[in-house]
Design a protein around this ligand. Structure first.
Ligand code: PLP
Length: 402
């Protein structure tokens, strides 16, 4: 006996990649470089170890679901400063909850937002296609139908939720938006954010804005949904924003993030999480508080990503549809056949990348997978390793295209 909704999910992309590469050996004498996973490898800030050690007495306590006042206050102050919010816009006690990383919170949000039925129909969840895998998992396991909205070159690599049919919008319970987007690196501008927020309010669904790449940007700091709400001037109704230290501070193992938004939803989320949510241990929360309060390490982090994107631009030039991502640290390269390219790169160059097909699903009349011709390349290693990998990648793919 098991929950047969699980059958609606594919294996996770990294398992699919492992299956694709079974029996393929990288060339002897060439050091393998893994660029398939978005796991930042920049050194963690020194602040982390110092604050963890200084708060070791917290290991003996269960952390409260609401976290510490220091954490909530620091997160609210960070959001206020970063997104230029009015002073009283966020109440740390009513609008902010800590999360043990956002992945788990993004998954659990579906249990919070999806009712058994919506307007007499099966609830729907809008999401971009390609998408972060947790979105489909969360929707399917909560009994909702995922509606995959193309986020392809022709749509500016963002989903146009206003183009969804009225019938589907009427049964939509929530919509995931990823900005900056994984894998495409696109940023939704303030007008696009406001349009989505208005749509959510008009059709009474929850907009889940996944902003965990917001601090890794190329030129301008990406706007966020909190900022769009403040400019709309109607509070935070129907909006939840998720953000995390994993990418901002290069600490994916720390498991530290937050959700901020609609006070009513935050109160209900707190009730749900008291039953089954993982909360950051108190020493972790103290370390995370210190990291949210510091921008110097984030600046250094961003500079390093920019330098690597510059190397990528120099090495790849205009090959494979290369463009500088506005945010995040992925290259989304059009190589014709992503699976074949991933096999070739592993076999010939010892570089592991992720086929774009594993980040998307077949949709539309032709049942086409919008990621099929792409690979996703994570620029997470140091500059030298990243540049070496990109040089090998460009040589190998150029040779196979001739
Ligand atoms: C789009 C997106 N959202 C959320 C997450 C989750 O990050 P974390 O759980 O480390 O906060 C990731 C991680 O890769 C991601 O790519």
């Amino acid at each position: 006996m098991y929950n047969t909704r699980l059958d609606g999910l594919t294996d996770y992309p990294f398992q699919r990649l492992a299956s694709l590469l079974v029996g393929i050996e990288p060339p002897r004498g060439t050091a393998p470089i893994v660029m398939s996973i978005g796991e930042p490898q920049h050194p963690a800030p020194a602040l982390l170890a110092e604050t963890l050690a200084a708060n070791a007495d917290g290991w003996g306590k269960y952390p409260p679901t609401a976290g510490t006042p220091e954490y909530r206050n620091t997160v609210a102050a960070w959001c206020t400063q970063r997104f230029g919010l009015p002073g009283e816009f966020l109440d740390p006690d009513l609008n902010v909850l800590p999360l043990a990383g956002t992945r788990e919170g993004l998954f659990m949000a579906a249990q919070l937002c999806i009712p058994p039925r919506k307007n007499g129909g099966t609830p729907a969840v809008l999401m971009p296609n390609p998408f972060y895998q947790v979105y489909v998992g969360a929707a399917v396991m909560s009994g909702a139908e995922p509606i995959l909205v193309p986020a392809v070159k022709d749509t500016g690599f963002l989903p146009d939720y206003a183009a969804v049919s009225e019938t589907d919008l009427a049964r939509t319970a929530m919509a995931y938006l990823c900005t900056p987007a994984n894998p495409q690196g696109t940023v939704a501008n303030l007008d696009q954010l406001k349009t989505m927020i208005r749509l959510a309010r008009e059709h009474d669904f929850v907009l889940i804005s996944d902003e965990c790449y917001s601090e890794i940007y190329d030129e301008a700091p990406p706007p966020g949904a909190l900022q769009a709400c403040a400019e709309l001037g109607e509070g935070l109704a129907n909006v939840l924003v998720f953000n995390s230290l994993s990418k901002r501070s290069s600490v994916p193992g720390l498991r530290a993030g937050f959700v901020a938004g609609d006070a009513d939803l935050i109160a209900k989320f707190s009730k749900l999480r008291a039953h089954g949510g993982a909360v950051q241990p108190l020493p972790v929360m103290a370390a995370a508080t210190a990291l949210w309060a510091d921008e110097a390490h984030v600046d250094a982090n961003r500079r390093l990503y920019r330098a690597k994107t510059g190397d990528a631009e120099r090495i790849l030039q205009e090959k494979f549809g290369f463009y500088r991502p506005e945010g995040g640290f992925f290259l989304w390269l059009d190589v014709g056949d992503g699976e074949k390219a991933a096999q070739n790169l592993w076999q010939s160059a010892a570089v592991k990348v992720l086929p774009g097909a594993y980040l998307a699903r077949e949709t539309g009349p032709g049942d086409t997978n919008p990621g099929a011709s792409y690979i996703r390349v994570a620029l997470v290693h140091d500059q030298q390793r990243t540049s070496a990998a990109l040089t090998r990648l460009a040589e190998t793919l150029s040779a196979s295209c001739q």
